[in-house]
Design a protein around this ligand. Structure first.
Ligand code: NDP
Ligand code: 8X3
Length: 251
């Protein structure tokens, strides 16, 4: 039986790479994001390999999340075996005293509350069936706090706490819950964090950062373990990175 995965943040970076990886393995895909044109382009590219349905919603919009997931899924996509909670970003990199309140709202609303809304919309069918796999994309920023990381780090610490909480509460239902926590991955992440500022161009320079495909392969590995194996919590860095502030760069 073909499995079905719902991936949030599938229009870019880790989410898009995961969609490609899953398509290679014939997994049915529900791809979510806000950029409709990108969703359609990715759908077209992947439909050669598997069945693809696209859903356009902002994870911050509680009503849209529930309405879209409950009402806009064709019969063939209604049973979701794998949920990849990936949508998220950092917004800004400022000391707490200079932080922008809109950035704080965005990070907490998207990275934390958005993940909760999407999970809440999907968990009931998993508990009912007594099966499912939820993968939350955390970050090394959820394991440690770095200078000016304050609220982004808080949002990713929250993702890890929620992941642990889900694993405990969903344990009676046989549902796997996994946190994948990457260090520096070369995506649009820095463009979003620095709002297109030129500083974003330097984040991945002078060393080989993780590529989104590296994370996608790890996610594929996690979802393809035998039924009795759950990867609970995985931290992955580029070789050049030892922690959030230690990165060996060519000068
Ligand atoms: P990208 O910026 O490339 O991708 C972010 C994705 O999230 C996009 O598809 C975007 O889609 C989606 N998204 C953002 N805001 C919303 C929203 N309000 N509603 C719905 N979707 C949204 O970044 P990454 O691929 O790097 O990031 C993916 C995840 O990985 C994030 O949770 C990030 O925190 C985490 N991560 C990233 C690391 C990195 O170094 N890059 C390291 C560790 C973790 P759209 O704009 O179309 O809605
Ligand atoms: C993304 C990695 O170091 O920019 O979560 O916080 S970092």
């Amino acid at each position: 039986m073909k499995q079905t995965a719902l991936i949030t943040g599938a229009t870019s970076g880790i989410g898009r790479a995961t969609a490609h990886e899953f398509a290679k393995h014939g997994i049915n895909l529900i791809l979510c994001g806000r950029r409709q044109e990108r969703l359609e382009t990715i759908q077209k590219a992947l439909e050669r390999h598997t069945n693809v349905h696209i859903l356009n919603f902002d994870v911050r919009d509680k009503t849209a999340v529930f309405k879209t997931i409950q009402n806009n899924l064709p019969e063939a996509f209604k049973t979701i075996d794998i949920l990849i909670n990936n949508a998220g970003n950092a917004h800004g990199l400022d000391p707490i005293q200079d932080g922008n309140i809109d950035d704080w709202d965005a990070m907490l609303d998207i990275n934390v509350k958005g993940l909760l809304y999407v999970s809440k919309a999907i968990i009931p069918q998993m508990t009912k069936r007594g099966s499912g796999h939820i993968i939350n994309i955390g970050s090394s920023a959820g394991k440690e706090v770095y200078p000016k990381g304050n609220v982004y780090c808080a949002s990713k610490h929250a993702v890890l706490a929620i992941t642990d909480g889900m694993r405990i509460d969903l344990n009676p239902y046989g549902i796997k819950v996994t946190a994948i926590n990457p260090g520096l991955v070369e995506t649009e992440f820095s463009k979003v964090r620095f709002k297109g500022d030129a500083v974003a161009d330097n984040v991945y320079k002078g060393y080989k950062a993780l590529q989104p495909e590296d994370i996608a392969e790890i996610i594929q590995f996690a979802i393809s373990r035998p039924a009795h194996v759950n990867i609970a919590d995985l931290l992955v860095f580029p070789t050049a990175q030892a922690n959030s502030v230690t990165v060996k760069k060519d000068v």
